[in-house]
Ligand binder design. Structure first.
Ligand code: PLP
Length: 361
């Protein structure tokens, strides 16, 4: 059976990328060794690193006054990295709470500042939603405003583009939505994303930071989280996760071949429409997020009869549809359908769902 992996992360990678990596695993660039075994300071790896950055910049059309940093520490590392680098001499920042990950960022930030939490969660006609950005009201004394545009667990997205004027530094956790659609980078001060969903293997974290925000790190900031130190050392202050960086570079090339993020945007919309369509057209399945805030990347859904959950998971796994179990804090099912999930994978899932409903509904 063809297997489709709906894991939320580490997640499915493009099979062409994996085959490419497999082919050169033991003999990379004719060196008789793998890319994992060469120095990050040698010419061959430096070229990989620079190309990856260039391709990533091209894909997101990152303006030249932004630095791209290849870091360790994951999304959670940046929950600390953002306050430690951006707070400066202020003592507070605005944190918009739209779900599990945004509130996890608040918890970490409390070690360094007193956050002004803006609870953006609302219920509209019985569906979960987020209050519109125009009602967020950033505070005057905040160093920055932090939010999470895609809540991986809740299946909630905030797709609006920030427009708070030049005085508000926006920091955003793009871990589960980066590269899934174009972003206007110029509206942000800091964008960060753990790699293991839409970029590459776990172990790498990308940070995009506006140049003028460098040089403000707290004295207590560990050097390996300090944006200025990382920038001055081309993200090689300490040994970077070289294999993850190499593989991310292959994913960026693959993305360019697919037509870039504009092409991904289209397919991602088709995939999400297909799956939400099947959920909405039945009383057997349900998703309780308002249409305006539905994630295209992570789609949680419940069975009306939760006694069928175990059977659904067993049968779907047997059909090659893996990792559909919902997050433990939400229950039910969740299909994560990042860039590497082809439309045929979502088609296979919806075919299975329709058939399962026919047999058990
Ligand atoms: N932010 C978001 C939106 C996530 O989905 C996750 C993980 O799933 C994290 C942060 C935490 O990332 P990491 O495990 O890389 O620290």
């Amino acid at each position: 059976t063809q297997v489709y992996n709906f894991s939320s992360g580490p997640a499915m990678l493009p099979v062409d990328v994996l085959r490419h990596a497999q082919q050169e695993l033991c003999d990379w660039q004719g060196l008789g060794t793998s890319v994992m075994e060469v120095s990050h300071r040698g010419k061959p790896f430096i070229q990989v690193a620079e190309e990856a950055e260039k391709d990533f910049r091209d894909l997101l059309q990152i303006p030249s006054n932004y630095k791209v940093l290849f870091c360790h520490g994951g999304g959670r590392g940046q929950f600390a990295g953002v306050p430690l680098n951006i707070l400066g001499d202020k003592s507070t920042a605005d944190y918009v709470d739209g779900g599990y990950w945004a509130s996890s960022a608040v918890k970490e930030a409390k070690k360094y500042l007193t956050p002004n939490v803006i609870d953006a969660k609302v219920t509209v006609d019985g569906k979960r939603a987020i209050i519109p950005m125009r009602d967020w009201q950033p505070s005057d004394n905040a160093a920055y405003l932090h939010y999470c545009p895609n809540e991986t667990i809740d299946g909630i997205a905030i797709d609006e583009t920030p427009d708070f004027g030049p005085d508000v530094v926006v920091a955003a956790d793009f871990s589960s939505t980066i590269l899934s659609r174009p972003i206007d980078v110029s509206r942000y001060g800091v964008i960060y994303a753990g790699a293991q969903k839409n970029i590459g293997p776990a172990g790498l974290t990308l940070v995009v930071v506006r140049e003028d925000l460098l040089g403000k790190a707290s004295k207590a900031c560990p050097s390996i989280l300090d944006y200025s130190v990382l920038n001055e050392n081309d993200s090689m202050f300490n040994t970077p996760p070289t294999f993850a960086w190499y593989l991310a570079g292959l994913v960026f090339k693959w993305l360019k071949e697919q037509g870039g993020v504009a092409a991904m945007d289209k397919v991602n919309q088709q995939k999400a429409d297909l799956l939400y369509g099947v959920i909405d057209n039945s009383d057997f399945y349900r998703n309780d997020v308002a249409a305006s805030n539905r994630s295209r990347m992570n789609i949680p859904f419940q069975l009306a009869d939760s006694k069928l959950d175990a059977l659904f998971l067993e049968e779907s796994f047997a059909a090659g549809l893996h990792a559909l179990k919902g997050h433990r804090v939400v229950g039910g099912m969740r299909a994560s359908i990042y860039n590497a999930m082809p439309l045929t994978g979502v088609q296979a899932l919806t075919d299975f769902m329709v058939d399962f409903e026919r047999r058990h509904g």
